[in-house]
Design a protein around this ligand. Structure first.
Ligand code: 1PR
Length: 553
């Protein structure tokens, strides 16, 4: 197989990129020292996390000059995400750290006044020379495709500025900010989006770079995406709750208000509901058009070394055929291994990133950390799981999974917690409620409300909230719209609506009636009542922007 050199400075979540490179017929040769770079014909610089972390790691490793020499020598170079940002003059994320300065523009943080930051999801990369009408673009970029972005800082686009210097530029628009999604000149190609997580459209750009297809005439597409204007699609996520069944195999299960045991039918007697095999079901959902796949591991493997956790193998196998973001939750916290060795939450997360995860989801540990945050007068310690993982991998890699349940009160003054006036009073006629946080999969309630939790974890550096709802879980009655809107008023980071979806209309309803950034389904997909594709087609027919997934089949 032909090779491409990869410079992985964080030793982090690049397994997906390796799988994507293998998928398009190349193998990776790892750069282990600056001297390796002179043997590199083609070089890829992936990037996750902070701009300053990337540049300082490259500088401390002695890589900056060899990278510059590689580029000036005319040999192919591809930068991805922070690997694109490194080519620019600098970033407001770390103002004192200079970039390589190849592109005389600085990175700025997205304006969060009217939209969530980080920008997470599927958006365009439209060649500024041909717009959304043409069918030829650089490195296989397609104006009618969507690509997966996950970043808080961007190079805002100034029409003509870089094109005058011979750069080809493709842009996306988020809110009212048009920014550089991809850029190329001569031997250099870089993408702000993650091509390895962008389905077939992403694989096409990686293949074009590796094969040296700088400019391609693409088959004209029927469903061209609209021109300018916010190009972010409605993100549809398939969630697989995974646990061991009674014979110890990892299966996909599904709770009904978090109770995963069968009540009736042939499996009566409290067997764990077994809905299928995790890797097969994840691939099925990818082929159905899922924009992300989330695994929630609801078994804690008491008698198994952390490094042998079966979930790691599931991620490795899933990431070989599923090229959209994978999130893993369950047990992400400081742990004592079975031989008594302490393992930090960061080390646990790193095992998952190296196995193919793009984001880790933290549940119980986030509630405990938030309680301590308030108990110490809202002080950050710097050593919570959220802080340590987001510092190392960027806040976009950290999701906090919230397991709240309604607690009704007669009047707001009856509780110290943040209440809402609900349209759904309880049997006692109480019209107010607050949402109580729980840990251990809903088995233990805490004296903390969902508002307090969301604000605390945002301050600690979480990038996204997975907002479940115990009352709605498995109910097929639709999402808890009041809960979602309430949490959206508390924070700026994206929120994923979860729990209760029973049909495509519930997805339209949550996007129409709340400002949620994404919506998640589980039971309705696992029971085969609807496919992810049917939900997306329904949303598209209702006028919502969704990612075209036909190519991913
Ligand atoms: O506390 O960090 O170890 O994480 C545990 C994780 O596992 C948390 O994300 C928690 O939500 C999840 N979890 C624990 N126990 C259960 C259970 O069901 N017994 N799953 C559980 C919670 C919530 C969603 C579910 C949606 C959509 N499930 O995963 O899929 O509610 O369901 P629906 O569309 O069928 O209504 P830690």
């Amino acid at each position: 197989m032909p090779t491409v050199h990869m410079l992985d400075y964080v030793a982090g979540n690049v397994r997906s990129l390796v799988n994507a490179i293998n998928k398009v017929g190349y193998q990776v040769e790892w750069v282990k020292s600056p001297s390796d770079l002179k043997n590199a014909e083609k070089l890829i610089l992936p990037g996750v996390g902070h701009f300053g972390h990337c540049l300082s790691q490259l500088s401390e490793g002695g890589y900056l000059d060899p990278i510059k020499q590689h580029i000036t020598s005319g040999k192919p170079f591809m930068g991805i995400c922070v690997g694109l940002q490194a080519l620019f003059d600098g970033s407001d994320e770390d103002p004192d750290v200079p970039g390589l300065g190849l592109i005389p523009v600085r990175m700025h943080k997205f304006n969060a006044d009217f939209k969530s930051v980080p920008h997470i999801g599927w958006n365009s990369a439209i060649d500024t020379k041909i717009g959304s009408s043409g069918n030829q673009s650089f490195y296989g970029l397609d104006a009618s495709s969507k690509y997966y972005y996950v970043h808080s800082y961007a190079a805002l686009y100034t029409p003509g500025l870089l094109e005058e210097d011979g750069w080809s530029v493709a842009t996306a628009t988020y809110g009212n900010e048009e920014f550089i999604g991809a850029i190329a000149r001569g031997n250099v190609f870089a993408t702000q989006f993650h091509p390895e997580k962008s389905g077939q459209a992403g694989l096409q750009t990686i293949g074009a770079f590796l094969n040296g297809d700088c400019f391609q005439t693409l088959a004209p597409r029927t469903s061209l995406s609209p021109g300018k204007g916010d190009g972010l699609t409605r993100r549809i996520i398939a969630c697989l709750d995974v646990r061991t069944n009674d014979s110890g195999d990892l299966v996909v299960t599904k709770g009904d208000q978090y109770d995963v045991r069968e009540k009736d039918g042939v499996d009566a007697g409290g067997r764990v509901r077994n809905l299928g095999k995790p890797v097969d079901m994840a691939r099925t959902y990818y082929e159905q058009g899922a924009d992300e796949v989330t695994f929630l591991n609801i078994t804690s493997f008491r008698n198994c070394p952390v490094a042998d956790t079966p979930m790691l193998e599931i991620l490795k196998r899933t990431s070989e055929t599923v090229f959209v973001p994978l999130t893993i939750g369950g047990g992400i916290k400081d742990t004592i291994d079975i031989d008594g060795t302490p393992i930090s939450a960061l080390d646990v997360a790193t095992m998952y990133f190296k196995s193919g995860a793009d984001k880790v989801s933290i549940g119980s540990d986030a509630v405990i950390a938030a309680e301590e945050f308030y108990a110490t007068g809202e002080k950050l310690t710097g050593n919570t799981a959220i802080e340590s993982i987001s510092k190392a991998y960027g806040n976009q890699a950290v999701v906090v999974s919230v397991d709240p349940k309604r607690v009704y009160v007669s009047r707001p003054e009856d509780t110290k917690h943040h209440t809402i006036k609900t349209k759904y009073p309880n049997a006692a006629g109480q019209n107010y409620c607050w949402y109580q946080c729980t840990i251990k999969g809903g088995r233990e309630s805490r004296d903390l409300d969902v508002w307090q939790l969301s604000k605390a974890v945002e301050a600690m550096g979480a990038g996204e909230i997975l907002l479940n709802c115990i009352d709605k879980d498995g109910s097929n009655s639709g999402f808890d719209l009041e809960l979602i809107n309430d949490v959206k008023t508390a924070i700026k980071i994206p929120v994923i609506a979860s729990s209760g979806a029973g049909n495509p209309e519930h997805f339209a309803e949550v996007f129409e009636s709340t400002k949620t950034d994404a919506a998640l389904g589980a039971g309705m997909f696992h029971r085969g009542e609807f496919t992810v594709g049917e939900v997306k087609n329904y949303l598209s027919n209702r006028g919502f922007l969704v990612r075209d997934f036909e190519a991913d089949r």
